[in-house]
Design a protein around this ligand. Sequence first.
Ligand SMILES: *Cc1c(COP(=O)(O)O)cnc(C)c1O
Length: 359
Amino acid sequence: MTRRSAVAAGAARPLEALLAARPRHALVHAPTPIESLARTAARLSLGALDVKRDDCTGLVGGGNKARKLEFLIGDALAQRATCLITSGAVQSNHVRQTAGAAARVGLRCEAVLVRRVPVRTVAYESSGNVLLSRLLGASLHWADAPGDAPAMIDRVRAGAEGRGERPYVVGFGGSTPVGTLGYVECAREIVAHERAAGRTYDHVLVATGSGGTLAGLALGFALAGREAPLLGISVLDPEAEKHRAHVLGLAADAAAALGASFDARAARVEVDASCVGEGYGLYGAAVRDAIAIAAAEGLLLDPVYTGKAFAGLLRAAERGTIRAGDRVLFLHTGGLPGLFGYAADFAPPTSSRAPAVPT
Ligand SMILES: *Cc1c(COP(=O)(O)O)cnc(C)c1O
């Protein structure tokens, strides 16, 4: 009770205490570094364009799911689980990182890979995250349509229970209230960085898919009393308001899991769904351009998440949502292995000296 009132007052220490009270298993190299993209900032007339490198969280190639998995693995171990069951798209970073976390703590991992993206190349179905998830020992099950996944997850779970296992099901993208706490922790790192620097970013931008990353940041900023805007670039849901409501609901549920409260009306969270394009896992010229611009300053992005989010940043700067002189923090959520699933798109054998790319 005393904790709750202290958090409501916006004190930073009790937030640490609240997070510390949750079961958690250390997996993340934190705090992740923050770097500046000076040339891209100048090109966009920004005061600063900094990148928080959550692609460098350390676990099996990095990415945002590692932070959620610290709390999810803590919860699974507290429940004495013997195996993790999860699901994702074929090139799922979440499945890769879940497989890695399970391997780290000695749990078995089973994953349902859903063919939700209309890409059927050999690279897409066997390289990148698929290759790494297999290497990490995950048992992979294939669903031909998103509608098939729930029944398949139930079957995998029943099979595991039949073998005497205690399965722990990790929800979509790890975006349960418990998984979301990983991004409350990331928000704390950002606020600590801003306090040390003596100034606040005008905008924080991040890709949003299952919503836990954006929800955790929104909650963490609210609990720290940070009021600057947070912009989620949707990569999946084409309905911005619907996704925003989902994110705010998840933030409230995560607050309840912490024993804190969250005032959705006061949250400064926006969702931009204008970069979803043809849908999840599909992209066009704007995303390719964004990937090329970042690469030209030595930063690698992927086409499914961070490339779309960076395209959203470029668009916001063009539209004036982000203004000249603004200081921007882009949260890099990882996803590089997924790029290899789309290798043929990015390395067309146009020159006779280029190696042929099998598709
Ligand atoms: C899962 C993922 C996201 C989206 O995070 P959510 O918490 O699902 O919204 C963004 N970027 C990458 C690389 C991811 O793997």
